[in-house]
Ligand binder design. Structure first.
Ligand code: NAP
Length: 324
């Protein structure tokens, strides 16, 4: 089995940045970019224009940005495998990382597997229908697209994300409707109040979206009252899922500390997990900021912390000097 100092699992902004820093520190990192679990490059591969990544005043598409990240990490010698990690064995060191086609013994591990936005299987929202043609799962990433300008926009959910995304979308839509399946928000009081009191938002309580229709892009939604069963069709320019994310941590099989919601526990302000030599970067531990730029920053932290940890290990294994 091949051996390496550091394996990076996952290839979004966090993973590529960790690879860049680890490679520049001569750690010769090996990265599993993922494949079936999601495209190499992570969530940004499914977005269009990214206008809030610093350094790109004219914006950049998500896939272009990830290609640049990837090239920069490769330039300094990161070994990349476009395959998924199926399991890890963290019971002893070196850790074992089992990819679909190859395995590694790794002295340290950086987990940067991200999170996946939850979607609902509503007719009209699927890939090949109106997914990315008016239906998305990230208002902050996609909200500024011209197709949403001055149109009625529909957000699904009742948590902080739905409130935040609903408020964010008021900058673009003619009016924002937040469709919630219950008669009470899950969101924090402050966020809920902000949403409810905003003049350009309306919460549609006790409703779900049954169907999304249009010609080339979204044009209408069918809403259903879950209490009465009554249905109504509304003009719509966009539908945004804001029903939470699932961190991609199942493959860890609970071998490191996870919160109840599956996010990796870290020492606050660091990338350090409860397992020595295992570091976490990006959305697999961060359910608050979830931005490309914060993920990239956390990838940098993970690589620096892995490097320090590895050199501390080497120092502690050096033979003690002999005094005559
Ligand atoms: P969340 O709190 O889990 O809320 C998910 C919402 O989606 C809930 O209202 C839920 O309805 C609804 N939902 C779930 N499945 C659904 C389904 N099948 N059909 C219809 N509706 C469905 O997720 P989140 O809003 O993404 O927040 C996640 C975490 O991040 C929270 O801890 C939150 O506080 C935090 N966050 C914080 C901020 C901030 O402070 N600025 C911003 C965003 C997120 P029910 O209520 O009926 O279950």
């Amino acid at each position: 089995m091949e051996k390496t100092k550091v394996v990076i699992i996952g290839s979004g902004p966090a993973g590529y940045t960790a690879a860049l820093y680890a490679a520049r520190a001569n750690l010769e990192p090996v990265m599993f970019e993922g494949f079936f679990s999601g495209p190499a490059g992570g969530q940004l591969m499914t977005t269009t224009d990214v206008e809030n990544y610093p350094g790109f005043p004219e914006g950049v598409t998500g896939p272009e940005l990830m290609e640049l990240f990837c090239k920069q990490a490769q330039r300094f010698g990161t070994v990349m495998h476009r395959e998924d990690v199926e399991s890890v064995d963290l019971s002893k060191r070196p850790f074992i990382v089992n990819g679909k086609n190859r395995s590694y013994e790794a002295e340290s591990l950086i987990i940067a597997t991200g999170a996946t936005a939850k979607k609902l299987d509503i007719p009209g929202t699927r890939e090949g229908e109106f997914w990315q043609k008016g239906v998305t799962a990230c208002a902050v990433c996609d909200g500024a697209m011209p197709i949403f300008r001055n149109k009625p926009l529909f957000v699904i959910g009742g948590g902080d994300s739905a409130c935040e995304e609903g408020l964010f979308l008021t900058k673009y839509g003619s009016h924002v409707y937040v469709v919630h399946r219950r008669d009470e928000l899950r969101a924090s009081k402050i966020m809920g109040d902000r949403l409810i009191n905003h003049p350009s938002t309306t919460v549609i309580w006790d409703h779900v979206i049954e169907k999304v229709e249009g010609s080339k892009v979204v044009e209408k939604v069918t809403l259903k009252n879950v209490k009465t069963g009554e249905e109504a069709v509304h003009e719509a320019g966009g539908v945004f899922f804001a029903i939470g994310h699932t961190p991609n941590t199942a493959f860890l099989d609970n071998q490191i500390g996870l919160h109840d919601n599956g996010y990796i526990k870290i020492v606050p302000g660091t990338s350090i997990t409860n397992m020595e030599g295992v570091f976490a970067a990006g959305d697999c531990h961060d359910h608050v900021y979830r931005q490309a730029v914060t993920a990239a920053g956390s990838g940098c932290m993970a690589a620096l912390e892995a490097e320090r940890w590895l050199s501390a290990q080497e120092t502690s294994h050096e033979p003690e000097s002999v005094h005559s």
